[in-house]
Design a protein around this ligand. Structure first.
Ligand SMILES: Cc1cc2nc3c(=O)[nH]c(=O)nc-3n(C[C@H](O)[C@H](O)[C@H](O)COP(=O)(O)O)c2cc1C
Length: 166
């Protein structure tokens, strides 16, 4: 199974908990991501408390999966660790994708909830989790086991490919 082709967003989760080992494996994958100047300016908050998950699920319209997930991984960018601040979003996006792919590899389900750069979302999670102002609350990855099986959509589209010139 190729996790790149089989990954899909999971928003409905069973009651089964993911193990601390799985979370560690996801974080290991996260920290293997490429980063500008190898700056590795990421940090993570792992959340399993029901009340916290519920609060995060209400932080924006598309955050509902957080309530049902077994664990949440809040992906942060620590600007104090950054060498090239302007590239940090790209590093963190690679980091999030690594988590999603590793979850797929372990037959778990995950979805990326967007926070940064939407100010209102960032303010809410920053305040709730006491995130310092030198850290960007980039995204929340919900992790659990999928309740439903969805068919994979192949998105390969030759009309989007240009050779040599646009
Ligand atoms: C930057 C970004 C932000 C996203 N934010 C949300 C979100 O807030 N809530 C959500 O349910 N899905 C979110 N997603 C997941 C996308 O909706 C999903 O990847 C897209 O619909 C394609 O579906 P697939 O992941 O199943 O292939 C986000 C994905 C990205 C890359």
């Amino acid at each position: 199974m190729n996790p790149i082709m089989y990954r899909q967003s999971v928003r409905k989760f069973t009651d089964e908990d993911v193990s601390p080992q799985l979370i560690e494996n996801l974080l290991r994958a996260a920290m293997q991501a490429p980063s500008a100047c190898n700056q590795q300016a990421w940090e993570f908050i792992v959340i399993g408390d029901e009340e916290d998950k519920l609060a995060i699920s209400k932080m924006h319209k598309f955050a509902k999966p957080a309530a049902e997930a077994s664990k949440l991984i809040v992906v942060l960018g620590n600007l104090k660790r950054a060498k090239i601040e302007s590239m940090i979003e790209q590093d963190l996006a690679a980091c999030c994708e690594n988590i999603l792919l590793q979850a797929t590899y372990y037959s778990a389900g995950a979805v990326w909830l967007g926070f940064h750069p939407i100010e209102d979302r960032c303010n809410k999670i920053r305040e709730y989790l006491n995130i310092p102002d030198y850290c960007i609350p980039f995204a929340v990855i919900c992790v659990g086991y999928s309740e439903v099986d969805r068919e994979i959509q192949i998105r390969y589209d030759v009309s989007k490919i240009h050779y040599d010139r646009y």
